[in-house]
Design a protein around this ligand. Structure first.
Ligand SMILES: Nc1ncnc2c1ncn2[C@@H]1O[C@H](COP(=O)(O)OP(=O)(O)OP(=O)(O)O)[C@@H](O)[C@H]1O
Length: 327
């Protein structure tokens, strides 16, 4: 029989439409069955997998692909990119206070009518701060997924450099869209916009852009959730902070969080012989994103060597290789 972890991984890859992972886990289940002496069952499973694969990717089988409900057009197309994430908060490893605060935002969003009838406004303007790879973008995806709303990523680079001189006008276009189409709007790498007014690099343009942004943010009474994310909180002008309903801080994972992440990402493989203590020590100083990539590398090595057993050495090497890539 498949292990509980394998079943979980199977269900997760199915719900995320990750066909490749689904087949990989299914093959692991078959291998597991074979090792347990259920050769016939294992063979049947492999045949079912091969038959399904032979039909080609599901997305190309003439089945209806999900049709995006909204697609930015015209001027907006260069300013917003839309996606419809299926991510849930439960997919993230989060420090308990942070999880509670995100759940609070969701609760207020879900109960907005109730709050509004009592003259109360739900939290809507959120600032996320913390080092790269700690889940700020993933949070925006999870909030959109939980609320079944589209995620609009604001293309800040385009906004500032491409339309130099017209940036405030472009910002207005974004805020108009935000009013018209309810969704989760992510201003990622927000520091590009909100750099300190006194910074030497800071010429008039950035200051004007920042001021317009602050004004738009303040005036905005839409139903959309506005999320600004930055890895450089020190670059932000303090004046920005009071315009947000909530400021959430992200940090690198501690050992318990790293373990949760590693176990979840290696769930489709056999990790029974891994010495977690040693592995966890090696995760120190790495971000969630780096640990996830190390898991992918370690898992690929296992699969490519026709095994399903993760070794301590394998994970340590993958983590070390990721650390080597740090700037
Ligand atoms: N808290 C987390 N729980 C689970 N996975 C995570 C978490 N944080 C990051 N990841 C993994 O790392 C990837 C990159 O994370 P994300 O883009 O959200 O980081 P970020 O904080 O927005 O970084 P940046 O500042 O570089 O944009 C995610 O897609 C996910 O695979």
């Amino acid at each position: 029989m498949a292990t509980a972890e394998q079943l979980k991984a199977l269900l997760k890859s199915y719900s995320e439409n990750d066909e490749e992972r689904f087949y990989a886990v299914a093959m692991q289940v078959a291998a597991h069955a074979a090792r347990q002496g259920h050769g016939k069952l294992a063979q049947e499973m492999r045949e079912l997998i091969d038959a399904s694969k032979a039909k080609g990717p599901k997305s190309q089988r003439g089945e209806r692909a999900p049709v995006p409900v909204v697609q930015p057009r015209g001027e907006l197309a260069g300013l917003l990119s839309v996606s419809y994430p299926k991510t849930r908060l439960a997919d993230m490893v989060l420090e308990p206070t942070l999880r509670a605060r995100l759940e609070r935002i969701l609760l207020e969003q879900r109960q907005r009518e109730k709050l509004l009838t009592h003259g109360l406004a739900p939290r809507r303007k959120i600032l996320l701060v913390g080092p790269p790879g700690t889940g700020k973008t993933l949070t925006a995806r999870a909030l959109a997924g939980e609320l079944s709303q589209p995620l609009f990523a604001v293309l800040l680079d385009g906004l500032i450099t491409k339309f130099m001189g017209e940036t405030a006008a472009k910002l207005r276009v974004v805020f108009d869209a935000l009013q018209r189409t309810r969704g989760v709007y992510l201003f990622d790498e927000f520091d590009a916009l909100g750099s300190q007014r006194t910074s030497p690099k800071d010429v008039g343009e950035i200051r004007r852009v920042l001021n317009s942004f602050l004004q738009f943010l303040e005036q905005d009474e839409s139903e959309s959730l506005i999320i600004a994310a930055t890895s450089h909180v020190e670059l932000l002008d303090r004046a920005l902070f009071r315009r947000f309903d909530d400021i959430l801080e992200y940090s690198l994972p501690d050992e318990a969080q790293a373990e949760q992440l590693l176990r979840a990402r290696l769930a489709m493989l056999d990790t029974r012989r891994v010495t977690w203590k040693q592995v966890l020590e090696a995760t120190r100083g790495l971000s969630y994103a780096e640990i996830v990539r190390a898991c992918e590398d370690a898992a690929k090595d296992v699969v490519l060597s026709d095994s399903d057993e993760v070794t301590t050495r394998g994970v340590l090497d993958a983590l070390e290789a990721r650390r080597g890539r740090q700037p």
